[in-house]
Structure formats: structure tokens, C-alpha cells
Design a protein around this ligand. Structure first.
Ligand SMILES: Nc1ncnc2c1ncn2[C@@H]1O[C@H](COP(=O)(O)OP(=O)(O)O)[C@@H](O)[C@H]1O
Ligand SMILES: [Mg+2]
Length: 375
């Protein structure tokens, strides 16, 4: 059976729903050269949305470069990845690539290898080092390329918060921003899922990237869009699901796109013509089971105070965690523990803080905790 629902990877075409407004807006930003910062929890649909927009822009006017910097550890690793992505996008063919490197990066001796068959991507290792090029020179490359090809270039960088982890990060950010903000033919779409890091990079007045672009928090896909999407897929397979059941699927996983598709797929596998309660329950059990290894890993190294804090949240506590009653009830230690506990759990992405409200970040993790740790 072809998978009716797709989750865990970026989706497109018939697996992509809604996002009409977001697509239109981001497309307009690309066309207008507006810098944007896109933030959402993981698996909400950033990569899919950006790809959707990329597939819709007028390639006669705009060239879109896309890179993911999750694995970049240093400033120059980032520059190498950036320059490679830009060169690949504007060159397409290997020959042109070599010419472009010769023209724009004369001081390099890059390694370029071509796939055996033409469908195979060429692999390029530029090997840019501080001795060859200053950061500013490399950062100018996209603007130069834009002039050369006579098109605006939009550079999309996934997991952008990674630059916050580079050595001398603040200086690096200053250099990058200094060049980027003067570019006329290049704009940036920066995104990622580490909300606390990204908001710190872009919303903190003391940080170099403060007010660099328009910050957008990608919202969940609405129920009105999920209902026809999910119902349609069930109908295509000759199955019947009610609007109420679809609503429950969405609410159970708090509208996290990937989980909605995963749970809907589980329901489909568990049901027989018409979705009933048994199928709904089994599907949820399966979802929790499928995630449990990950959750075990995530909680393995936690201290008992940290676990107790999570338990308090799962139990529905929202009040003042420094109050004597709550400290005692959940064995959270002393009052002074609390801010350290929350900081660590936020860094581990297990909890989230919006204003003064603290919540469990992952809805399925919450359900798993309820089952496994309800002592
Ligand atoms: N527009 C969409 N319509 C339907 N499902 C979506 C959509 N966007 C994302 N998803 C679901 O979320 C999953 C993760 O999407 P992805 O774009 O990789 O998220 P992110 O980049 O935010 O981590 C997809 O595999 C799919 O199941
Ligand atoms: Mg992504």
C-alpha cells in the first residue's frame, strides 16, 4: 500500500496541505528581497513551506539557494557550505562551476568531482581557509554572483541558530550582518526550530542580528484544512472517518503537523472500513510506542529533580513552582533549584516557556510521560 500519509520528511504535492497564506507571503518576501526569519517547533512544516515557495518563484528573476547548516561547527565551515551552495545553484553544470570558481575564487585549488552518471550530483570541496579569503570576501560572493547572472538571489538557511554555537560567535555574527545588510541583490530566509536560540539571536537588542528581518512564527495548520485533507485520503482508500475523529487526532497531538500525519496513518492501518474507537486507541498506542525509544534516550540522563519537574508539568501544575507546597509535593528540592531546572530543560528542548507559562514541548512526550511515569 502506498503511504497515504507522510511524516518526518519535508512534504510536497498531494502530501502538502493549506499554507496558502504563508506561501503567498513568503513568496512575496522572496520577490521583494525582504529578509525573513521563520521559527516553529520541529516538524511543523518550515522546510516543506520553504520548498513550496522555492518551487513557485519565477526562476527567470530569482535564484534560490538552499543550505542546512546543522553540521557546521565553525565560521569557515559555514562559509564553505555557503559558497558551495551558491556556486552550485548558479552553475548547474560542472564546467561552468569550474569557470566560476576560477573567476570568483582565484586563490583556491578546489576539489571538484563529478558523479559517474549525469543524474549524480557533482561533489565540490572548495577548501576555503582564512589564509585564502577573509570572511568579508567570501560573504560578498553571493552579491557578485547575483550581478553576474542578472537575478536576485535568495539564500535560505535551515537550522540557522547553529551560528550561535560557533567559536567567537558574537564577532562572527557582527561580520556576517555587516556584509549582509549592505547587499542589494541578495536577501535571506533564515529558519530553524530552536526557538529560544533564534529569538535570542534576532530579538535581543544587544545581538548583532537584532531586527535583521521580519520574524514569523509558523502557525499550526488549521483544523479546517486538516479535515478535508485527512478525510480525502481516507476516502481514496475506501475508508470512512468522521470529522469528530479527525478533530481528535489533531487535538491529541496539539496540531504538530508531522504527528497529525503519523497518527492519521496509524488510524488508517488500524481500521477496517469505518474508523471506530478501537482503531483510534490502538493508533495512539502505536504512536506512543513508535516514539518511546527516542523519549527514553531524551530522559535517560536527566537528574531526578529534572524528572520530577517534568512530572509536575505533566500532572498539570502551572502555578508557581517555587511555592513551598509544590516544591514539597513533587520533590523539587529548594526554591533556588527551579530556575536552573527550567533553563536546562529548555536547552534540552523538553519544555518551552512563553511569557511566564511553562509547558511540555512535545505533545506525544507528554502522553508517554503520563503512561510511563504516573507514580
Ligand atoms: N503543509 C503541510 N501539509 C501537511 N503536512 C505537513 C505540511 N508541512 C509539514 N507537514 C508534516 O510535517 C512533517 C515535517 O515537515 P518539515 O517541513 O520537515 O518540518 P520542519 O522543517 O518544520 O521540521 C512532514 O513530514 C509532514 O508530515
Ligand atoms: Mg526542517
Amino acid at each position: 500500500m502506498k503511504k497515504a500519509f507522510v511524516y518526518g520528511v519535508a512534504v510536497e504535492g498531494e502530501n502538502f496541505t493549506d499554507r496558502i497564506e504563508e506561501t503567498r507571503r513568503l513568496k512575496r518576501d522572496f520577490e521583494n528581497g525582504q529578509n525573513v526569519v521563520l521559527i516553529s517547533p520541529r516538524r511543523m512544516g518550515k522546510t516543506s513551506l520553504v520548498r513550496r515557495v522555492i518551487s513557485q518563484v519565477d526562476t527567470n528573476k530569482i535564484a534560490v539557494v538552499h543550505l542546512d547548516i546543522y553540521d557546521c561547527r565553525t565560521e569557515y565551515e559555514f562559509y564553505n557550505k555557503l559558497a558551495t551552495a551558491v556556486l552550485k545553484q548558479v552553475s548547474k553544470k560542472g564546467e561552468l562551476m569550474l569557470r566560476n570558481i576560477k573567476e570568483f575564487l582565484t586563490r583556491l585549488t578546489p576539489r571538484v568531482s563529478f558523479g559517474i552518471d549525469p543524474a549524480n550530483e557533482m561533489s565540490v570541496s572548495l577548501g576555503i581557509a582564512p589564509e585564502d579569503y577573509s570572511p568579508e570576501e567570501i560573504l560578498q560572493l553571493p552579491e557578485k554572483m547575483a550581478h553576474k547572472i542578472g537575478k536576485h538571489i535568495v539564500i535560505c538557511i535551515d537550522e540557522f541558530q547553529q551560528i550561535g554555537n560557533f567559536p567567537d560567535s558574537i564577532d562572527v555574527q557582527k561580520r556576517i550582518r555587516g556584509v549582509w545588510q549592505l547587499q542589494e541583490e541578495v536577501s535571506y530566509c533564515l529558519y530553524g526550530s530552536k526557538k529560544h536560540m533564534l529569538t535570542n539571536l534576532f530579538q535581543n537588542k544587544r545581538m548583532p542580528f537584532y531586527q535583521f528581518g521580519d520574524i514569523r512564527f509558523l502557525q499550526p495548520i488549521a483544523l479546517d484544512d486538516w479535515i478535508p485533507f485527512i478525510r480525502g485520503k481516507f476516502e481514496e482508500s475506501g475508508l470512512l472517518i468522521s470529522d469528530e475523529q479527525i478533530t481528535r487526532i489533531c487535538e491529541t497531538v496539539e496540531y504538530q503537523s508531522s504527528y497529525v500525519q503519523q497518527l492519521a496513518w496509524n488510524v488508517m492501518l488500524c481500521c477496517d472500513k469505518v474508523v471506530d474507537e478501537t482503531a483510534m486507541e490502538e493508533a495512539l498506542d502505536d504512536l506512543i510506542g513508535q516514539s518511546s525509544i527516542l523519549f527514553l534516550q531524551q530522559t535517560e540522563g536527566l537528574s531526578s529533580y529534572q524528572m520530577n519537574f517534568l512530572k509536575a508539568l505533566v500532572a498539570g501544575e502551572t502555578g508557581d513552582f517555587t511555592s513551598a507546597a509544590i516544591l514539597k509535593k513533587y520533590h523539587l528540592g529548594t526554591k533556588s533549584n527551579i530556575s536552573r531546572l527550567t533553563d536546562t530543560l529548555i536547552k534540552k528542548e523538553l519544555i518551552e516557556k512563553t511569557g511566564r507559562t511553562i509547558t511540555i514541548a512535545d505533545p506525544v512526550f507528554r502522553l508517554w510521560m503520563q503512561r510511563e511515569h504516573n507514580d
